[in-house]
Design a protein around this ligand. Structure first.
Ligand SMILES: CCCCC/C=C\C/C=C\C/C=C\C/C=C\CCCC(=O)SCCNC(=O)CCNC(=O)[C@H](O)C(C)(C)COP(=O)(O)OP(=O)(O)OC[C@H]1O[C@@H](n2cnc3c(N)ncnc32)[C@H](O)[C@@H]1OP(=O)(O)O
Length: 184
């Protein structure tokens, strides 16, 4: 994949290990926010990603391209595919139980993805250095071993929970998550 230095782990970056108590293989990770475009079950036209982790550090998910996700007739919109990459990458860094946001997302589109296709997504972390996490993802068509249609590399940056309180309803996140205490 074509990847910039921004999304390449620097020397000394540490590849994270699964945390103790990581979700067992096959356990649904659940949405991080019920109205999220990527994973929220209450989003009417979202991607509705249901993710699991086979090893506590990698995330896999399936996304079936629907009518609402088109760019050209019958084909997935590239921005929607990038959103799927962003989401599955976000879920994988969430396995570290710290809040991160996307700083940069690089996407390679290798083949058109028709409406009705199920993309098999996988994301993993290639290294963490300070507040910066380096991650990659791929989307394969037809099966988890099928041809790669989309690849992504990302830089995620760790933030405090106040990041979400500043611009939106952090309480809505907290109500759905009990991993954080904003005012412990
Ligand atoms: C999204 C909801 C998350 C909810 C969290 C709560 C509960 C979570 C539960 C579950 C979560 C599970 C799954 C999540 C799934 C999907 C999430 C999708 C993720 C998104 O979709 S999220 C939306 C899009 N995202 C943004 O809305 C970010 C807007 N942005 C900013 O808020 C700031 O920009 C920020 C915070 C990024 C940095 O700001 P800052 O002031 O804190 O720090 P600073 O600027 O110093 O950067 C520190 C170091 O990162 C380097 N750096 C930063 N950005 C860079 C770039 N673009 N290129 C190259 N390097 C960059 C600097 O160069 C410096 O590097 P150095 O330290 O080496 O100098």
């Amino acid at each position: 994949m074509t990847r910039s230095t921004v999304t390449t782990p620097p020397p000394g970056a540490v590849r994270p290990q699964a945390l103790p108590g990581a979700p067992a293989p096959g356990t649904p990770l659940g949405p991080h926010y019920s109205r999220c475009f990527g994973c929220g079950g209450q989003h009417p036209t979202g991607l509705h990603l249901n993710a699991t982790s086979p090893d506590g550090i990698t995330v896999t998910a399936e996304f079936t391209v629907g009518e609402a996700h088109q760019g050209a007739p019958g084909l997935a919109h590239g921005g929607v595919l990038a959103a799927a990459m962003d989401e599955v990458i976000g879920m994988s860094i969430w396995l570290l139980q710290r809040p991160y946001v996307t700083g940069r997302l690089e996407t390679d589109y290798l083949a058109p993805v028709p409406v009705g296709t199920t993309l098999h997504l996988r994301a993993w972390c290639t290294g963490v250095s300070g507040r910066k996490a380096y991650l990659e993802a791929e989307g394969r068509t037809g099966s988890p071993d099928g041809p790669v249609a989309v690849r992504a590399a990302a830089l995620f940056v760790e933030v405090g929970m106040e990041h979400f309180a500043k611009h939106g309803d952090a309480q809505a996140l907290i109500d759905e998550h009990h991993e954080y205490e904003v005012n412990p």
